[in-house]
Structure formats: structure tokens, C-alpha cells
Design a protein around this ligand. Structure first.
Ligand code: BTN
Length: 244
């Protein structure tokens, strides 16, 4: 797998887009030491100080936009596998749509961006993993590998974490190419926080509450409202009201 380590840049997702615009097809994983314009989901900033992993995988896919959205679940499972490689004896879960939590605190975030180019779908799979820094954010608890690992000498470098991540991503992607979304969806559901329980979902203009029933084929969240209706949610932030 082609990997390229860069110094400080604006955002690895922006760099992936520039590379694609100048003809790069991927697959390639770009990583940066730090980012000046790190971006999170829903227009949020992603704090990007040196020491954590900031990476974007650029891929060209021969699938439709709906299927390309599956990639964010593949990425979340790859991040989960990567974190599990370093941390034993902790509860590592995914949180819809694509956060990874250790003992309930966020350790990684994923920003998937896709666009059409020359009749193909390009995807930029942006992944941030907290290795040494855990940003202090009002909306959620964040944690880093270093905070959990007892021995500072065993804390891996961003380059090492990227190797583990790329391997995990490639093997899940191969499974998806061979067998489709169903096994990925099953794996994701098996380690997802809140499935079968009452959750809250923050949308841009309101909050909804209900039981997290499942994911559909497009990776949308199926929320059973109190009146029994199923709401299909394609974008939002999940929270756990009983833990507030
Ligand atoms: C989130 O949880 O809001 C998603 C965070 C995604 C951050 C990564 S860091 C590498 C890549 N470049 C960016 O600007 N964002 C993603």
C-alpha cells in the first residue's frame, strides 16, 4: 500500500482532493504531522497538534454513491481493529455513524468525503486517531492511547499506527468487495454502542429520541419513535440520554 508522510498541511482530506484533481487515482494514504485546518464532521474543527494520527486514504471506486457510503463503516471497523491492537481489556465500540470509543470516550473520528470524477467515485477517507493528545471538548469526552497505556514507552508513533490501520482497512475492503455490505454491517452492529436501547439523535434543527433498531443497507440509522414509526436517519449525532 502506498503511504506518504507529509509535514504540516491544511488538511489531509483537502490534500487528497488536490491530488485527485491532478490525476491521482489511489489507493494512497496521506498523513500529516499536524494540520492547520483539520476538519471534523458537520463543519466542526478537528484539533490537529503534532503527535496524533491525521490521515486520508484516497480510493477510486467503481460503485454508486450509496455503496460508497459503506466505506465509512469499513473505516470505523478498521479503526476499531487498530485500537484493539494496542489496547487490551477495554471496551472498544463504534458509535453511529463512525466514531470509535474506548470505555465510552471518543478516541478517533472519521470524515468521509466522496465526489464524482471521470465517471468514477473518488472517496477521501479522513481519519484522526488520538495517540498522545485528547482534545478537551464540551460536547463529548475524548481520550488518547497514551492516556490509557500505562507505559509511555509503548505508545506507538503515528507512522506505526497508520501501518496497522492500512492493513486492517485493506482486509475489510477486500471482504466488502467479495461479499458486499452485509458482513460489514453485521460486524459493525455487533460492536456498536446503543443498539436495541433508547438513544437521542441530534439533527440540524431538532433532537429525536427512540430505540436504535438497526442499520439499513445504506448505513442509515433506523430509529423507532415512541409512536412506533421508524425514522430513517442519514446524518446526525447520536447521544445516550441515560448517560447524560
Ligand atoms: C469527526 O469525528 O468529526 C471526524 C474527524 C476527522 C478528522 C480527520 S484528521 C485527518 C482528516 N483530515 C481532516 O481535516 N479531517 C480528517
Amino acid at each position: 500500500m502506498k503511504r506518504e508522510h507529509l509535514g504540516q498541511i491544511d488538511s489531509t482530506n483537502d490534500e487528497a482532493r488536490r491530488r485527485a484533481d491532478s490525476g491521482e487515482k489511489g489507493p494512497i494514504w496521506l498523513s500529516a504531522k499536524s494540520q492547520t485546518k483539520g476538519r471534523g464532521r458537520r463543519g466542526r474543527e478537528w484539533e490537529s497538534k503534532e503527535g496524533n494520527l491525521y490521515t486520508t486514504g484516497l480510493y477510486s471506486l467503481a460503485v454508486g454513491a450509496k455503496q460508497a457510503a459503506n466505506i465509512s463503516f469499513i473505516a470505523a471497523l478498521a479503526v476499531k481493529a487498530t485500537i484493539s491492537h494496542y489496547l487490551k481489556g477495554h471496551t472498544i465500540e463504534v458509535k453511529w455513524p463512525n466514531d470509535v470509543l474506548v470505555d465510552g470516550a471518543k478516541i478517533a473520528g472519521i470524515l468521509l468525503e466522496s465526489w464524482l470524477n471521470d465517471g468514477e467515485i473518488k472517496v477521501a477517507i479522513g481519519i484522526g486517531i488520538n495517540i498522545v493528545h485528547a482534545p478537551e471538548i464540551a460536547e463529548y469526552n475524548a481520550v488518547s492511547l497514551a492516556k490509557i497505556m500505562k507505559n509511555p514507552k509503548t505508545v506507538p508513533s503515528a507512522e506505526d499506527v497508520l501501518i496497522v490501520l492500512c492493513d486492517a482497512f485493506e482486509s475489510l475492503l477486500a471482504q466488502w468487495n467479495k461479499s458486499g455490505f452485509a458482513p460489514i454491517r453485521e460486524k459493525w452492529l455487533a460492536c456498536a454502542k446503543g443498539v436495541g436501547t433508547r438513544i437521542g439523535v441530534r439533527l440540524h434543527d431538532k433532537e429525536l429520541f427512540g430505540v436504535f433498531k438497526s442499520l439499513n443497507e445504506a448505513g442509515e440509522l433506523l430509529l423507532e419513535l415512541d409512536n412506533g414509526n421508524i425514522e430513517i436517519i442519514s446524518a446526525g449525532d447520536v447521544f445516550f440520554p441515560h448517560l447524560k
